[in-house]
Design a protein around this ligand. Structure first.
Ligand SMILES: *Cc1c(COP(=O)(O)O)cnc(C)c1O
Length: 365
């Protein structure tokens, strides 16, 4: 550290220079995050100093967390589900693994995870000493149901399905997984970190939530399609009692025990997440999602007109193509299999899509 502090003016000039090095969202087509909704930014600023790690000191903020959980639980069709605000899909997935492992204490636990599973599952299995068994995908990048049976055995503590895969935006056959989970008595976790705030607002209903009786827990991230500030994730569990298996004693806090992974936890992004859902309502969310899906379809159609075929028709707003070049000035990403990947987030509006398609077509000129 400096011996003597830096004058504020100089400091903020430096900060603003660094901030200018960041890319603006307008040309980022590769991110599952988006600029926060103005209502989220406003709520975030109001709750800046709140700490949900000691909820007895911030009962108002803690009540907002419960409301956020209630809203998301109702959206997942189980208003009485348990849940808490996490730092995102990674923490939710790790915690779901922990619960699953506690439910079935075996010596050599394994988890059956689709090849499309987010890399957070690798972290979870490493931390928890759970072997991961990878399920191959079918031609449309969904978990191949045929292959699951051979991978499940008496040491399988968790089965994972993804509702809106990170790379291809498809939903695994969760109804099938639910039947299997009930039949073989395995904990089923649905990773809907991205799709959880998309699928409920689609015209076409895709089963993935607590309406399927085998689903035990769900990850759902307000800091992605929920347009909240970062970090805002949520882990929902069918039975609130699941959390009691994670309790540790917290001697010097206002609560005596906690089950969260993080200790000190931000209230600001939780208030922000709640504020967006409350402000937009089902109607407003449906409008946002409808727009993103329309832009996604337009992008796919435009790319195919230019001769770049889609890798798959996605269920949510993630478009992928057989295309290995991109015009300068745009950030796109690549899947592990080498497809170009574009997430049609709210900031990727119609004008952005048309501008990108225009630049793509100029590549050939
Ligand atoms: C983004 C994502 C995650 C990880 O979420 P973070 O908030 O980045 O920790 C996990 N699973 C899926 C399906 C995701 O899309």
């Amino acid at each position: 550290m400096r011996e003597v502090g830096c004058p504020e003016k100089i400091l903020f000039t430096f900060l603003s220079l660094k901030r200018q090095e960041d890319l603006g969202y307008q040309n980022i087509l590769s991110s599952m995050c988006t600029p926060p909704h103005p209502v989220a930014a406003r709520a975030h600023a109001m709750f800046l100093e709140t700490n949900l790690g000691d909820p007895g000191l911030f009962p108002g903020t803690a009540a907002l967390e419960r409301l956020l959980v209630q809203r998301l639980a109702a959206l997942m069709h189980l208003p009485e589900a348990g849940g808490y605000a996490t730092s995102g899909g990674t923490e939710s997935n790790i915690q779901a693994f922990r619960i699953a492992k506690k439910q079935k204490p075996v010596k050599f636990p394994n988890a059956v995870v689709p090849a499309s599973g987010h890399f957070s599952f690798q972290k979870a299995s490493d931390i928890l000493g759970v072997e991961t068994r990878t399920v191959p995908l079918d031609a449309e990048f969904r978990m191949d149901t045929e292959a699951i049976d051979d991978l499940v055995d008496k040491n399988t503590v968790a089965l994972i399905g993804v509702a809106g895969t990170t790379e291809y935006g498809v939903v695994d056959p969760i109804a099938h997984l639910s039947d299997l989970a009930l039949d073989r008595e395995i904990f089923l976790h649905v990773d809907a970190a991205f799709g959880g705030l998309v699928i409920p607002f689609l015209d076409r209903q895709i089963p993935f939530d607590f309406r399927l009786p085998g689903v035990d827990s769900i990850s759902i991230d307000p800091h992605k399609m929920g347009m909240s500030t970062i970090p805002a994730g949520c882990l929902l569990v069918r039975d609130p009692e699941y959390f009691s298996s994670l309790y540790v004693d917290t001697p010097y806090l206002t609560v005596k025990q906690e089950y969260t992974l993080a200790g000190t936890r931000p209230g600001a992004s939780v208030a922000a997440a709640f504020a967006v859902l409350e402000y937009l309502g089902m109607d407003g969310m449906r409008a946002v999602i409808t727009g993103c899906m329309e832009n996604c379809r337009r992008l796919i159609e435009g790319m195919e007109t230019l001769g770049y075929e889609r890798a798959v028709t996605p269920d949510v707003n993630v478009a992928t193509f057989s295309c290995d070049r991109a015009p300068a000035g745009w950030r796109v990403s690549k899947t592990r299999a080498g497809h170009m990947r574009i997430i049609c987030m709210p900031h990727v509006n119609r004008d952005v899509v048309e501008a990108f398609l225009g630049d793509m077509s100029d590549l050939d000129a």
